[in-house]
Design a protein around this ligand. Structure first.
Ligand SMILES: CCCCCCCC(=O)SCCNC(=O)CCNC(=O)[C@H](O)C(C)(C)COP(=O)(O)OP(=O)(O)OC[C@H]1O[C@@H](n2cnc3c(N)ncnc32)[C@H](O)[C@@H]1OP(=O)(O)O
Length: 222
C-alpha cells in the first residue's frame, strides 16, 4: 500500500518536530503529514485467518473496561462485530450519564467510543495493541438518546504501528458523520498490562480463567 507523503498545496512547515502542524491565518490546523500518516513502506493490513467471522460479536476483552465491559454500570457497553475485512462495527446509545452539556454527549465519551471501537480491531488481526495517538474531529453535537453507529478499520501497518480510522454516524448506519478519528495503535505484549496495571486488578484478572484465556488468545495462535 504505497502512501504519498506529499504536502497539500500551501501547507507551511511550522517547525513542530515534523508532526506536520501548519499555521493558516489564526487557526492551527493539521496538514496531511503527521504521525498518523503511514510511511510509504507501510503494508496493507491482513485479516487473521482465525479472526471472528463477519457479523460475529467480539464480546468484551475485560468486564471492567469502561468501553466494552458488561460489569461497568456507567460504561459504554459497546459490543463490536467483525466486518468482512480488517474492520468492525458497533453501536453506542448515549445515556444521561454520558452528558457534557445539557442533553448532549460529552466529547470525551464520544472519543472513548471511537477509541474502544478502534481497539476492538485487535480481534481481526490477532494482535494486542494500545492507543498511542488519537485525533478526533467533532462534526456535529450528539444528543442524549442517540445511537452512534460506529465503524472502524485498519488502514496500514508498519512494524508495531497500526494505523486506523473510525467514524460515528447518527440517524442510522448511513447517516451523517457526527464524529470521526484517526488513530495510531502500538502493538504490545500481555506483559504491558501485567507490569503496568494496579496489583489488585491484575491479580483478580489472573485468577479468572476466562480473562486469562482471552488475554492469551492471540499468543496461542500468533
Ligand atoms: C487490549 C486492548 C484494549 C483496547 C482499549 C481501547 C484502547 C485504549 O484506550 S488503550 C489505553 C490507552 N493507551 C495507553 O495506555 C498507552 C500508553 N502508552 C504506552 O504504554 C507506550 O507509550 C506505548 C506502548 C504506546 C509505546 O511505547 P513503547 O512500547 O516503548 O514503544 P516505542 O518504542 O516508544 O514506540 C514504538 C513506535 O511507535 C511510535 N509511537 C509511539 N507512541 C507514539 C505516539 N504517541 N505518536 C506517534 N508515534 C508513536 C514510535 O515513534 C515508534 O515508532 P518507530 O517504530 O517507527 O520508531
Amino acid at each position: 500500500m504505497p502512501l504519498s507523503l506529499a504536502r497539500p498545496p500551501g501547507a507551511r512547515d511550522s517547525g513542530c518536530g515534523g508532526r506536520g502542524r501548519a499555521a493558516v491565518g489564526s487557526a492551527d490546523v493539521t496538514s496531511q503529514r503527521t504521525s498518523l500518516t503511514p510511511p510509504e513502506d507501510a503494508r496493507a493490513p491482513v485479516r487473521h485467518p482465525e479472526a471472528p467471522a463477519p457479523g460475529e460479536p467480539l464480546g468484551s476483552h475485560y468486564d471492567q473496561c469502561f468501553g466494552c465491559g458488561t460489569g461497568q454500570p456507567h460504561g459504554l457497553h459497546l459490543d463490536a462485530r467483525a466486518g468482512e475485512g480488517v474492520d468492525v462495527t458497533a453501536e453506542f446509545t448515549v445515556k444521561p450519564e454520558h452528558q457534557g452539556a445539557p442533553g448532549l454527549a460529552h466529547g470525551g465519551v464520544l472519543t472513548t467510543a471511537l477509541d474502544e471501537t478502534l481497539g476492538s480491531l485487535n480481534w481481526l488481526m490477532h494482535t494486542i495493541s494500545v492507543t498511542g495517538r488519537l485525533e478526533t474531529d467533532f462534526r456535529q453535537p450528539v444528543p442524549v438518546g442517540s445511537v452512534l453507529h460506529l465503524e472502524a478499520r485498519v488502514t496500514a501497518v508498519h512494524g508495531r504501528k497500526i494505523y486506523c480510522t473510525a467514524t460515528g454516524r447518527v440517524g442510522g448506519p448511513e447517516g451523517p458523520v457526527a464524529v470521526r478519528a484517526d488513530g495510531l495503535f502500538i502493538e504490545v505484549k500481555v506483559e504491558h498490562f501485567i507490569s503496568n496495571g494496579r496489583d489488585e486488578e491484575i491479580q483478580a484478572a489472573m485468577n479468572d480463567p476466562d480473562q486469562v484465556r482471552r488475554a492469551r488468545a492471540f499468543e496461542v495462535n500468533p
